[in-house]
Design a protein around this ligand. Structure first.
Ligand SMILES: *[C@@H]1O[C@H](CO)[C@@H](O)[C@H](O)[C@H]1NC(C)=O
Ligand SMILES: *[C@@H]1O[C@H](CO)[C@@H](O)[C@H](O)[C@H]1NC(C)=O
Ligand SMILES: *[C@@H]1O[C@H](CO)[C@@H](O)[C@H](O)[C@H]1NC(C)=O
Ligand SMILES: *[C@@H]1O[C@H](CO)[C@@H](O)[C@H](O)[C@H]1NC(C)=O
Length: 347
């Protein structure tokens, strides 16, 4: 393990950008999701939350419509921008919005219950260009949307109600002006402010924990399961090596979707169907940003082969992968910035 460390030291300046990713080097999405459930003319249940990527920033208390922050730094970030003005008015705005929905429902003889959903936010690219969105849905379908460039509301379904509401809302210049400012200026600067105050949380990295075990649904089939959990951020690469060679996608290989854990980490599992007596060696390979240049390699010991042979094969495979990896790594370094480097193995 001496050589890889030396390599790491030599190439540290090149590796740094890959190890600590610059948040502003990635596309960021801030959005507020809000749902109103109107059971009848006299009721409204409201829920809402603000998210930066997959990190919850604030939420609306459904009982008293107060906004609470998930992190102290999120409150700090809000105080710094003109988002605070909006938030201090949020209860009044919500009340007006609900009243407006009831009025429209009655005017148009809509049946209760009504479900109205709003999705508003912006996307900020690393080159500092951005775009914003404000979409309203009703009954699970697109209803109307605000377009920032034209400062107007447009129907998103061919109904007289959507046409009428869009026209009425567009006429209200004080609201369209505020929306235009919020969506084209405040939202983007809010993302940058959130990063300034919350970078420790937003840039958190959790290392994946991987285990390999076998299941035998029948005597003719062996399922190797690689369970990877507890990692953050979401992007990850999990694959299988057969005698050191990557197993290509095919019917024998099943990798699940990436699923969330309760603690803002993720999990997935990859299942490889093999012949119990095929004599090959298998290993699950995991690459993730939190591992930096390292790779997690979890071998599965085939018990049908003699253990000494198994170990010998594993060592040979490791040596082979290490040499191939080192060669590949050298080649990659000459080219563009690599994210994954094969330098060191954890087993
Ligand atoms: C309206 O709906 C709420 C919540 O479902 C219910 O508690 C209330 O009794 C309803 N009121 C009327 C007038 O139907
Ligand atoms: C809103 O309700 C929550 C509990 O549901 C409470 O903790 C909070 O203090 C309340 N906020 C206000 C402004 O009353
Ligand atoms: C900025 O980046 C985005 C996403 O990569 C791209 O679609 C857009 O064209 C870029 N804009 C400019 C002006 O470079
Ligand atoms: C993978 O999934 C497909 C479809 O769900 C199934 O037919 C196949 O048997 C699965 N393979 C393994 C190895 O579990």
């Amino acid at each position: 393990m001496q050589a890889p460390h030396l390599l790491l030291f030599l190439f540290l300046p090149f590796l740094l950008p890959g190890i600590w990713a610059d948040p502003e080097a990635e596309t960021q999405v801030f959005q507020v999701l809000q749902t109103s459930f109107l059971a009848n003319i006299s009721s409204a249940e409201v829920s809402g939350l603000g998210l930066l990527g997959d990190v919850p920033i604030f939420a609306l208390d459904p009982d008293n419509w107060s906004i609470y922050f998930h992190w102290p730094w999120a409150r700090q970030a809000v105080v710094k921008g003109d988002i605070e003005k909006v938030m201090s008015q949020s209860k009044i705005a919500l009340r007006n919005m609900i009243r407006y929905m009831h009025e429209m429902a009655q005017k148009e003889h809509r049946d209760y219950p009504l479900v109205v959903q709003v999705r508003v936010g912006c996307v900020l690219h690393p080159n500092r260009t951005s775009w914003s969105f404000l979409d309203v849905g009703e009954g699970g379908r697109d209803f109307i949307a605000f377009t920032v460039e034209r400062q107007c509301w447009e129907p998103r379904q061919p109904s007289p109600l959507a046409e009428m509401v869009s026209k009425l809302l567009t006429k209200n210049k004080s609201i369209t002006g505020v929306l235009e400012h919020l969506l084209s200026i405040s939202c983007q600067s809010f993302i940058l402010t959130l990063y300034k105050y919350g970078h420790e949380t937003l840039e958190k990295q959790e290392t994946p924990v991987a285990t390999v075990f076998a299941r035998t649904p029948s005597s003719a089939q062996l399922l190797l399961v690689c369970r990877v959990t507890g990692f953050y951020p979401r992007p990850i690469s999990v694959d299988w090596l057969r005698d050191g060679q990557e197993v290509p996608p095919g019917p024998a290989l099943n990798t699940s979707a990436i699923l969330p854990n309760a603690d803002l980490t993720y999990q997935l599992r990859s299942i490889l169907a093999v012949d119990p007596h095929d004599g090959h060696s298998y290993a699950c390979r995991v690459r993730h940003r939190s591992l930096g240049t390292r790779i997690l390699l979890i071998p599965w010991e085939n018990r049908s082969t003699a253990p000494t042979i198994g170990i010998a094969i594993a060592v040979l495979v490791l040596v082979a992968i290490a040499s191939a990896g080192a060669f590949w790594w050298w080649k990659r370094r000459k080219g563009d910035e690599a994210t994954w480097e094969t330098q060191e193995y954890i087993i």
